[in-house]
Design a protein. Structure first.
Length: 69
């Protein structure tokens, strides 16, 4: 899994930070910051929920293929 976020479209809802605080944070203006672009399996479900719950779809999750890339 690879995680990216677009801080320019972030609505500062903070839902991602509440759902996956080890992966997402906020800058001084409250916009999303990705702390871990390749999170471990133990938090990947939370990251997916954060991406689905983002009101502006500012979080992108790219799933790895079967080869692990």
């Amino acid at each position: 899994m690879r995680v990216n976020a677009n801080s320019r479209t972030c609505a500062v809802s903070s839902l991602c930070v509440y759902r996956a605080p080890s992966v997402f944070s906020q800058d001084e203006d409250g916009h999303v910051v990705v702390l871990d672009h390749s999170p471990g399996e133990d938090v990947q479900d939370e990251v997916r929920r954060a991406a689905r719950g983002c009101p502006t779809r500012s979080i992108e999750v790219v799933e790895s293929d079967a080869t692990g890339s």
